[in-house]
Design a protein. Structure first.
Length: 218
């Protein structure tokens, strides 16, 4: 049994990264197909601006999700559960929806889907953090400064989540109030792009804190 667990721990990074890379590649293919198929993106006007902002959000979401999962497998060791193998597929479904529904007519529901992806992704990450924090192999990441409960606890995980989701819901509210072909929709999507940038910076902070704590951050 112990030998099987050791083998599973050793294979976890390869399994998750390989699985996620396949899902991400498919999402990028769907996004590219959507860009080619939606002719309004090439016709100019507010609709095209809204559409390209959606494309930017979808692409950023794919990149951020990849970095989040890569950070998990680089920093931590754990015995994979069935849930850990299923989560990338569920996140992939969210990404497929975002990549395919670029029609501004679906924009409110599209933003709600993005908010749902944020919630699901954060909750699954919190579940993994709870598991890996109990394993001696990951002790160094939870000792000293990293053991501060604010780092892996409510403030660090659920605080940013609440802010990000609130901003996305505000964007959806702007679209619902002003319509998908309006400057309000453009403002909402610009705000949502900034949310993804903030998410990327948050992931970068934890990545550097874990891997470059004693060296110059890059």
């Amino acid at each position: 049994m112990e030998e099987t667990r050791a083998r599973a721990k050793a294979l976890t990074p390869t399994l998750i990264v390989t699985l996620l890379s396949i899902v991400q590649a498919l999402c990028l293919e769907v996004l590219w197909s959507s860009v080619r198929e939606h002719t309004f993106l090439w016709e100019g006007g507010i609709a095209a601006v809204v559409g390209w902002l959606q494309v930017a959000i979808s692409f950023q979401g794919i990149v951020v999700l990849w970095i989040v999962y890569l950070g998990l497998v680089v920093r931590f060791v754990w015995t994979p559960r069935i849930l850990d193998m299923v989560v990338p597929f569920i996140l992939g479904i969210f990404e497929f929806v975002l990549a395919s529904l670029l029609d501004p007519g679906w924009l409110v529901y599209w933003l709600l889907t993005l908010a749902g992806m944020f919630v699901f992704g954060t909750l699954t990450n919190a579940n993994i953090f709870k598991l890996v924090s109990t394993l001696p192999e990951n002790r160094e990441h939870f000792d000293g400064a990293a053991a501060n409960p604010r780092l892996y606890g409510f403030v660090s995980l659920y605080g940013p989540l609440a802010v990000f989701v609130l901003l996305i819901l505000c964007s959806a509210g702007l679209v619902a109030a002003r319509g998908p072909h309006s400057y309000g929709a453009v403002a909402g999507l610009v705000l949502t792009n900034l949310v993804l940038v903030l998410q990327f910076l948050q992931v970068r902070f934890y990545w550097n804190r874990a891997l470059f704590h004693d060296t110059t951050q890059t």
